[in-house]
Design a binder for this molecule. Structure first.
Ligand code: NAI
Ligand code: PYR
Ligand code: MG
Length: 602
């Protein structure tokens, strides 16, 4: 027996900050203890007496009904006591303890979990997302208590089409998929990488208001080349080397077909794939499915928005971006994604013949056309030897030589190597040709950042603009001055890209949609903020940002005639919406955590 609840639309509208969102009617197929054990529906002590009566919950809970607000306050009190009780303990210990308390709530009561997450996103993002999620992935096999998401392994070949129907939700809107081969800057973590799709999807719920009943974190376990994990007796993944070549691709193909068959409109975000598969799968699927690669495309959009911001901090017009000298350290999926998008931006601004002043380094130093073996994805950014000889540089020049000779406006790290922007490199940035040199230490988690914020301001000078992938505290520069720390992380864009793609019903995610997302983020910051070195809005306003980004993505999809509409709103209605109406429409469709009635009111 199941019950269908009416949505008390008018009351709910009043109750919510994003008030226009009306959740669909809530269907409960379960009764009694099964409901208490289902985090989608569980309200713990918050079940009203009528629901206790009619859902077979009487006697299964202590008699007093506790309001949502009281439950919220109680959780926050426990959280703050934990903070107090763990003072002075090592950072990793404290972070994992905080992750555990949040994870327990996540496992028990999703409505309360997402409400505390949304309201405290600035404090909790570093726990459910970078940097703590990295530590969680490293320790996942030991931390594992309850499964979350789906696992498809190489042993499931031929079975995926039926397995996909094991997922209990009828509708899935957003999938984040990894094969665990490059988790943040921590390398191959095999099946333990599932923590990343979970963390990214938590950000989808918090920032984009995707209904948590419609998200699906997925691990494709094709083995691991991490010897330590293969030898770990607690390791929960396949104990075999990673599949390669056609064998590997056939697994991803089968998964994509299965997903598309069950949920043709679901958006698939590829996350933390090693570079060769990141590019290969993007090319393979981007015209066939509505998917994107966050590390290549999301990161690029966020970096470009920040780079355009740095032009503004120098008091120059945006078109001056074409003349910026940018040194990118790291020629992987993220670094190359950034350069691809930055080159496109230069060509739009300065014409197809423009020659951007971008320099690319990998672990073997400066990449030039003289290099014997060069990755095809990096080849377009390799400098001609004649061009760099003028600067006194050669193939393979190291970072300090490049910074000293180029005197870049921007030094941007996506190498995954902690501390590679050392004191000498940072001091060399004092000779930059920019009055406000920018340092982007974008690698994650914190220990893999190319430098710490405090070192950047100390060695490169107080007039720098600084951004990092994982959060650092603002730096006290003395005399009341503060060095502002920006968080250049793709979390500013991927939720809006996914939500915009979903609500537009786009057939695919085009470069134009991604460019619109990046431009929207870039335009979010006022001149006053720019003067203070602020390149990105506060994380606390992530829902507002995501609504704007989502609307920009929808409008781009409509303009390119890719939008097929979503739910009751067809492409015609989308086309007729003004910018403001599109933003309202996006907000209207954001899920917000409140307890929905689970039974008809009499
Ligand atoms: N802030 C953000 O939003 C994002 C940050 N990232 C971070 O970027 C990092 C790299 O990610 P991917 O590009 O996907 O990795 P990847 O493994 O594809 O590429 C890493 C690149 O760094 C180069 N490298 C290694 N050691 C180096 C050294 N000492 N000097 C110069 N280059 C060196 C490698 O040769 C390679 O080209 C990771 O730490 C990841 O967490 C990635 C995506 C988004
Ligand atoms: C942020 C992110 O996607 C990464 O570090 O891989
Ligand atoms: Mg990533």
């Amino acid at each position: 027996m199941w019950r269908l609840a009416r949505s008390a639309a008018s009351n709910l509208r009043r109750a919510r900050p994003f008030s226009s969102c009306i959740p669909g009617p809530c269907i409960v197929h379960k009764r009694g203890a099964d409901i208490l054990h289902d985090p989608w529906f569980n309200k713990d002590t918050g079940f009203p007496l009528t629901e206790r009566d009619r859902l077979g919950l009487r006697g299964l809970l202590p008699p007093r009904v506790i309001s949502f607000e009281q439950q919220y306050a109680r959780f926050m009190e426990s959280y703050h006591s934990l903070e107090k009780n763990t003072q002075g303990q090592p950072d990793g210990f404290v972070s994992l303890a905080k992750w555990r308390i949040l994870n327990r709530l996540h496992d028990r009561n999703e409505t309360l979990y997402y409400r505390v997450l949304i309201d405290n996103i600035e404090d909790f993002a570093p726990i459910i997302y970078t940097p703590t999620v990295g530590l969680v992935c490293q320790n996942y096999s030991g931390l594992f208590r309850r499964p979350r998401g789906m696992y498809f392994s190489a042993k499931d070949k031929g079975e995926m089409m039926s397995m996909i129907y094991n997922w209990p939700a009828n509708q899935v809107d957003m999938i984040v998929l990894t094969d665990g081969s490059r988790i943040l800057g921590l390398g191959d973590l095999g099946v333990q990488g599932i923590g990343i799709p979970i963390g990214k999807l938590d950000m989808y719920v918090a920032a984009a208001g995707i209904n948590p009943q419609r998200i699906l974190p997925v691990m494709l376990d094709v083995g691991t080349n991490n010897q330590k994990l293969l030898e770990d007796r607690l390791y929960l993944g396949l104990r075999q080397p990673r599949l390669e070549g056609e064998e590997y691709l056939s697994i991803v193909d089968e998964f994509m077909e299965a997903v598309h068959t069950r949920w043709p409109k679901a958006i698939v975000q590829f996350e933390d794939f090693q570079m060769k598969w990141a590019f290969e799968t993007l090319q393979r699927y981007r015209k066939r499915f509505c998917m994107f690669n966050d590390d290549i495309q999301g990161t690029a959009g966020v970096a470009l928005a920040g780079l355009l911001g740095t032009v503004r901090t120098q008091g120059r017009p945006l078109a001056d971006f074409a003349n910026q000298k940018i040194v990118v350290v790291g020629a992987g999926s993220a670094g190359l994604g950034v350069l691809n998008m930055a080159v496109q931006a230069v060509k739009r601004m300065a014409g197809a013949d423009a020659n951007p002043q971008f320099f690319l380094l990998d672990k073997d130093g400066l990449i030039t056309k003289a290099r014997k073996v060069i990755d095809p994805a990096a080849a377009p950014f390799a400098k001609a030897p004649a061009e760099i000889e003028e600067l006194g540089l050669m193939e393979g020049a190291n970072l300090i030589e490049v910074v000293k000779k180029v005197k870049p406006h921007v030094l941007l790290g996506l190498s995954g190597v902690g501390g590679v922007f050392n004191e000498e490199v940072l001091k060399a940035m004092r000779e930059s040709d920019s009055a406000k040199p920018a340092i982007f230490a974008m690698s994650n988690p914190t220990m893999n950042a190319e430098c710490a914020a405090v070192d950047a301001f100390k060695h490169a000078g107080e007039n720098i603009v600084f951004a990092s992938g994982s959060p650092f505290k603002n730096v006290d520069l003395g005399n009341g001055k503060v060095g502002h720390v920006n968080q250049a992380n793709n979390m500013y864009l991927f939720p809006g890209i996914g939500l915009g793609a979903l609500l537009s019903g786009a057939r695919l995610i085009s470069d134009g949609m991604l460019q619109a997302a990046s431009e929207c983020l870039a335009s979010y910051i006022t001149d006053d903020e720019i003067q203070r070195g602020v390149l990105y809005p506060p994380i606390g306003s992530i829902r507002d940002i995501t609504a704007e980004v989502g609307a920009a993505v929808i409008q781009a999809a409509v303009a390119e005639e890719l939008a097929e509409g979503h739910g009751d709103i067809g492409p015609r209605e989308l086309r007729q919406m003004s910018k403001e109406e599109t933003v309202e429409h996006v907000k209207h469709n954001m899920w917000f955590p409140i307890y929905s009635p689970l039974v008809h009111e009499k």
